[in-house]
Design a protein around this ligand. Structure first.
Ligand code: SF4
Length: 202
């Protein structure tokens, strides 16, 4: 129970997502050889939803992000920061901020995905803040978990069918929550997003 409380505290307090309980799919043993170290960025094809505060944090470091994009450019990806995000925001109660928008999808993948398969926001975050997750959208850090209607659970939309990466298998040995444990540990030292900082760790 203590572990459950801790992960919810971290998702709320650091990532500023409104996770109040853990869903059943996150506790099922459906993970086999899956490893985040074998992630091939298939899940980046659809882009990602992020809060306005997360967008603004990326835009404040636009120079470092553009530099990271240019280090391994994908054809057709715009250099101008004004073209990196959807213009409209929408009501989204799963973010503590209450609103979200999307990264743009360009040539079949998120605008920040580089030709070498790395995420330019992750690279820039590491370069500028020394925390790979400080600028990275919360849902990119959580994947395959997400927050939906207050529940931390496995995302319904799946972009990968690769067991070595993170697709579910019939006779798994670990739960998606267990797979997330190394990320959870790194989040403990990651600066909180503004809305998350208002939440207190229990
Ligand atoms: S921000 Fe980075 S990790 Fe997230 S979808 Fe885009 S390329 Fe992938």
């Amino acid at each position: 129970m203590r572990g459950t409380t801790r992960i919810l505290d971290i998702v709320r307090g650091v990532l500023a997502l409104d996770a109040r309980s853990i869903g059943a799919r996150a506790r099922r043993r459906v993970m086999g050889r899956a490893s985040l170290s074998r992630c091939d960025a298939t899940c980046c094809k659809g882009g990602v939803a992020l809060s306005v505060a997360e967008r603004d944090a990326i835009l404040r470091q636009r120079g470092a992000v553009a530099e990271a994009m240019e280090a391994s450019p994908r054809p057709g990806v715009p250099r101008r920061a004004g073209e990196w995000f959807s213009r409209r925001t929408r009501r989204d109660p799963d973010f503590l901020e209450g609103r979200s928008l999307d990264t743009r999808v360009v040539e079949g993948a998120c605008v920040f995905l580089r030709a070498d398969g790395l995420c330019a926001v992750h690279v820039a975050s590491e370069n500028v803040t020394k925390h790979p997750y400080a600028l990275k959208p919360a849902y990119c850090i959580l994947f395959r978990l997400c927050v939906e209607k207050g529940k931390l659970d496995v995302c319904r939309g799946s972009y990968t069918r690769k067991p070595d990466c993170c697709s579910p298998v019939r006779s798994g040995t670990r739960t998606p929550l267990a797979l997330f444990a190394p990320v959870e540990a790194r989040l403990m030292s990651t600066p909180a997003r503004p809305q998350g900082a208002r939440e207190r760790f229990r």
